[in-house]
Design a protein around this ligand. Structure first.
Ligand code: SAM
Length: 323
C-alpha cells in the first residue's frame, strides 16, 4: 500500500512537471526550480489598524524585514512566521500574513470610497480586509462564504483587522442573486477569488502539497466556478467591475471559465491589467485544441518565482446592452 502511494506520488510529480513544461516550454526549468524552494514569509501592514510602528516592534524582536514590491507589503528576511505571530502587532491585527500573489486581485479592482463591493468567496478574508484597507473602510463590503468553519475565521479576521463597514453571509454564493433579489445588478465591484485546484500551492519538495492533485480538473469544481461567476454577473451593476482570480495554472479553471462567461453573456468585456511586476504573461488565447476569445490576451498569469506563487487574474467590465 505504502509503495503504491509512493509510486503514485512520484508519478504525480512527473505529471505536474510535464504539465508545467507544456504550459511554459521556455521557462519551465526556472518555474520548477522556484516551486521546489521554500518561499519567504510575506505580509501586508494593515493600514486600518495603524502602520509603521509595527515595524519597530518587529525590529525589537530581532525580526528583519524588507519592503516588498506591492503596497504595504513586506518580506521577512530574518525570523519565522511563528515569531511574527507572537508579536502584539500581529495579535492586534496590524499585520496580515499573506502571499504576494494573493495581494494582487484587490489591487486591480479599482475600488473607491463609497463603492458597494461583493466578495463572493471570501474566507478567510485576506482580500476582503485588503479591499477595505485600500479605501480606509469607506467602501462597504458584503462577504459571502459557504463553509461554516471558514466563515467563523472570516468574521474573526474582519473584526481583528478593524473592518467595520461589512456585512457577512454564510451561504452558497451561486444562488445569491436568486435568494437576494435586492442584490440583482447591485454591486459596483465584485471579487470572485474562486475555489480552485490550488496548483499554485504545490511545493515539489512537499509531497503532501500535491497528494490530492489530479491531471484532470474536477468537473464539480468547474461547475462551482461557473455557477459563482454567473452569480457575479447577475449581481454586478452595468458599468461595474468584476475581478476573477484563481491560484492555479489549470487552463480549464482559468481561461476556460472566462471564455465561458464571455460566451454566455453579451455584455461582459475584458479590461487590460497592469500590475507593475515582471513575472507575468498574458493568458492563453489558444492551447492545444482549445481556442479562446482573442481578448483573453488581457488576462494575466502570474509565473511563480522566488516571491510569487502561480495565480490567474481576469478583469471584466459589464457594459450596458444597447437596445
Ligand atoms: N478570498 C479569500 C482570501 O483571500 O482570504 C480566499 C478564498 S478561497 C480561494 C475560496 C473560498 O470559497 C473558500 O473559503 C471556500 O470555502 C469558498 N467557497 C467554495 N464554494 C463556495 C460557494 N459555492 N459559495 C461561497 N463560497 C464558496
Amino acid at each position: 500500500m505504502k509503495n503504491s502511494q509512493k509510486i503514485s506520488l512520484l508519478e504525480k510529480r512527473t505529471l505536474i512537471e510535464e504539465k508545467i513544461r507544456s504550459l511554459y516550454p521556455d521557462t519551465y526549468r526556472k518555474i520548477i526550480h522556484s516551486i521546489s524552494q521554500a518561499k519567504p514569509t510575506t505580509f501586508r501592514i494593515n493600514t486600518l489598524n495603524g502602520g509603521a510602528e509595527v515595524l519597530e516592534e518587529l525590529t525589537e524582536h530581532g525580526i528583519q524585514v524588507q519592503k516588498g514590491p506591492l503596497p504595504n507589503s513586506y518580506v521577512v528576511k530574518k525570523g519565522s512566521q511563528k515569531e511574527i505571530e507572537a508579536t502584539s502587532g500581529y495579535q492586534n491585527g496590524k499585520i496580515y500574513l499573506q502571499e504576494f500573489s494573493s495581494m494582487l486581485p484587490p489591487l486591480i479592482l479599482d475600488v473607491e470610497k463609497n463603492h458597494i463591493v461583493l466578495d463572493l468567496a471570501a474566507a478567510p478574508g485576506g482580500k476582503s480586509t485588503e479591499i477595505q484597507a485600500i479605501t480606509g473602510d469607506e467602501s462597504k463590503i458584503v462577504c459571502v462564504e459557504k463553509n461554516p468553519i471558514r466563515f467563523e475565521r472570516l468574521k474573526y479576521n474582519l473584526e481583528l483587522q478593524g473592518v467595520k463597514n461589512y456585512e457577512i453571509l454564510l451561504e452558497n454564493g451561486i444562488g445569491l442573486y436568486k435568494n437576494h433579489p435586492e442584490y440583482s445588478e447591485y454591486f459596483e465591484r465584485i471579487l470572485l477569488d474562486a475555489p480552485c485546484s490550488n496548483e499554485g500551492g504545490i511545493h515539489l519538495s512537499e509531497p503532501k502539497s500535491y497528494a490530492s492533485w489530479d491531471l484532470k480538473p474536477s468537473k464539480e469544481l468547474m461547475r462551482t466556478q461557473k455557477g459563482l461567476i454567473m452569480s457575479a454577473y447577475h449581481t454586478l451593476r452595468p458599468g461595474g467591475i468584476l475581478v476573477y482570480s484563481t491560484c492555479t495554472f489549470c487552463i480549464e479553471e482559468n481561461e476556460g471559465i472566462v471564455d465561458w462567461l464571455l460566451k454566455q453573456t453579451q455584455n461582459m468585456e475584458l479590461l487590460p491589467i497592469s500590475l507593475g511586476i515582471p513575472n507575468t504573461i498574458p493568458g492563453f488565447t489558444k492551447f492545444t485544441e482549445d481556442i479562446f476569445h482573442p481578448s483573453l490576451v488581457r488576462t494575466k498569469r502570474i509565473i511563480p518565482d522566488a516571491l510569487f506563487t502561480a495565480f490567474f487574474l481576469a478583469k471584466f467590465r459589464k457594459v450596458m446592452i444597447q437596445i
